[in-house]
Design a protein. Sequence first.
Length: 381
Amino acid sequence: MFYPYSTQLQTAATSFGKGNFSLWFNKLVPLNNELNCKACNKQGNDKEAVQYYESFYNGLKNNIALRNLLDSKQKSQQQFCKTCEKAGYKIIKYQAELKSPLITGIGQTHPNEVGMVFDHTMGIPFIPASSVKGIIRFAHMMELIKSENLQQFTDSDKDGEYIDESNLKTLIPPIFGGDAKGEKKTKKLKGKVIFLDAYPEKIPDLHVDIMNPHYGDYYSDENGKTPPADYLDPTPIKFLTVKQGTKFIFRALVPKDSDLLKTVKIAFKNAIEDEGVGAKTAVGYGRFEIQNFQKEDLAASQQQLKVKTPLGKMLERLNRLKNTEAGRIKGEIINKMEKELKTVEDKAKIAKAIKDKLDKKAFKKIDKKADGYLSSLLVKV
C-alpha cells in the first residue's frame, strides 16, 4: 500500500493489528510513493522502515493466542517424535541459546531490500528443516575434510581433490540422501535422518541491526571509473535479526537400527555452535550454545577428534592402559612422545594425562629419570 493510506487500507491496517506478522511484513507493506516504491513507516520516511517493522512486531508478540500457538507447535513436534520413537527412531533434541544475533532469510525478496523468514501460520522467526539439514550436512563435510582418512573419501577421477559425496564411507547418502555408488551401479538413496523445523522456546524479540557498505559507488560503477576510496559515502542498510539470548529447540530423528546417531549428533553440535546458522556467519552471526549436550555426546565428539592426530592417538592409547601397567609408560608412551610429537605443548598434554590417569602410588613406580622428565613437562601445561 502507498503512503498516505486510503481510508479502506487504514481500516484494514487497524484490524490487522491482531493478525499474522508474516502476512503483514510481506503483503501489507507501506511504500512512500508510486515512483520510488520504497518501504517506509507510517509517516512515509523510508529511512525508518525497519524500526517500524520492529515496533509493529513488538505490538503483536505478546498476544496470548500466539503464545498458545507456539506451545501447541512444540507439543505437536514432541508428540510426532514420540510416535516415531515407537516406530524405531532415536530422538535428537537440543535446546540451544543464541550467543549472537540470528539472521534468517536475508535474501528473501522484499521492498526494503532485506527480507526475513517467518512461519506462515504464526508469523514468528523460525529455522526451516531444510536449513537445519543444510548446515548439518556442511558441518559433516568439514569433519570429513579434517579427517586423517580423507584420502578414502575423495574422488579418484578428479585427482583426489574433491570429496566423493556418493561414497558410502562418507555416510552422506544414508544420512542426507542422494546418489550412492555400489559395486556394480549407482543408485539413489533416501536420507534416513528426519530433520524438523527449529522453533524458539518462547516468542522471540527482534532487533534492528545495520551493515554499512562504504564503496557502493565503486561496486555499482559498470564503467569502472570510480575507485574504492574513503571519500565515498557509506550506505547504511538496516535489517531485522532475532535477538541474542533467544532459545531454540532443534529436533531430528535417526533410525535405531543404524550406526548414524553419534555422527549426526557431532555434526549437529558443530553446525550450530561452530559453523553458525543463517546469514553472515563468517562475521559471527547465528552462533548457538547447546544447553543440554550430553556428556557421552561430548566424549564421543572429543574421541573422534582425538584419533585424527598423533596427540589424539597417543591419548587414546594411554586411555586404554591400566594403572597396573605403569611400566609401559616409560617403554611405550614416553618413547613415542619423543618420536611422534613435535611440540613441547603436546608432550606436556601427555604428561598431564599420565598424571591424571595414574594414582600417586603407580606414578611413583616409574623410575626417577622418567618421573623427572614428566614432571619437567608438567610446568608447560
